[in-house]
Design a protein around this ligand. Structure first.
Ligand SMILES: [Zn+2]
Length: 229
């Protein structure tokens, strides 16, 4: 805790004049362009990763970067999305999973959830990923299985997000685009879900305007692994 307090003192002391002016401008309101939903994992720092400034990103984090479907579960993330879309008019929402995710590992190994009833209950919202991978890649386990699970969870949460009326309405009039990404911690790389190709590929400028096509038949052919793309 002392490190936090000292850190805040250093932050105030070392602040540039540009930052001071920016905070003064932001004091009366925010107009972030993007909502960024990611895992609570301490190794992910969205503002650092995207070289973002205060006011750029509306960040929401929870265990497993999960968005429960509409009407099934009243949760903070659903309220935050509704606010981001209807009050802040964000143009993009990104759901970003990551490598070595403890939540995804727990889907692989449910015994790890013993004594954690709340986490267990929460991860039911990610069960679609476990089921899809189990049914379509039953022989794949370990690190490769974890990668499939992580990818499928992002795709599943994108689908859940479409069930939110505010999201559906904004997508229907073209004012909102949704994106599914995965951050590889060890290699500091991001792969983005391409719904037309039905796979994750390295993030590039095309992803600013990725079409909102519904992905289907992802497992009809051997699914390329993101890092081999
Ligand atoms: Zn995680």
């Amino acid at each position: 805790m002392e490190r936090l307090i000292q850190g805040f003192e250093e932050f105030r002391r070392d602040m540039t004049s540009e930052h001071r002016e920016l905070f003064a401008r932001l004091a009366s309101g925010q107009t972030p362009h993007t909502m960024f939903i990611t895992c609570a994992d301490s190794r992910i720092m969205p503002e650092l990763m995207f070289n973002a400034q205060p006011g750029d990103l509306f960040v929401y984090r929870n265990v497993g970067n999960i968005v429960p479907p509409y009407a099934q579960h009243v949760s903070g993330v659903v309220a935050a999305i509704e606010y981001a879309v209807t009050a802040l008019n964000v143009q993009h929402i990104v759901i970003c999973g990551h490598s070595d995710c403890g939540a995804m590992k727990a889907l692989q190994n449910p015994a790890a959830l013993k004594g954690k009833p709340s986490v267990e209950q929460w991860l039911k919202h990610a069960d679609v990923a476990r089921y899809v991978v189990e049914k379509n890649r039953p022989t794949i386990h370990g690190a490769e299985g974890l990668r499939y699970l992580t990818e499928e969870n992002v795709v599943g949460q994108l689908e859940n997000m479409r069930t939110l009326p505010a999201v559906a309405a904004a997508m229907a009039n073209g004012s909102l685009r949704i994106h599914g990404w995965i951050y590889d911690i060890a290699n500091t790389e991001i792969t983005a879900f391409d719904p037309l190709e039905g796979r994750f590929r390295p993030l590039d400028s095309r992803d600013a305007n990725v079409p909102d096509a519904t992905p289907h038949a992802r497992f009809s052919t051997p699914l390329p692994i993101a890092s081999a793309a």
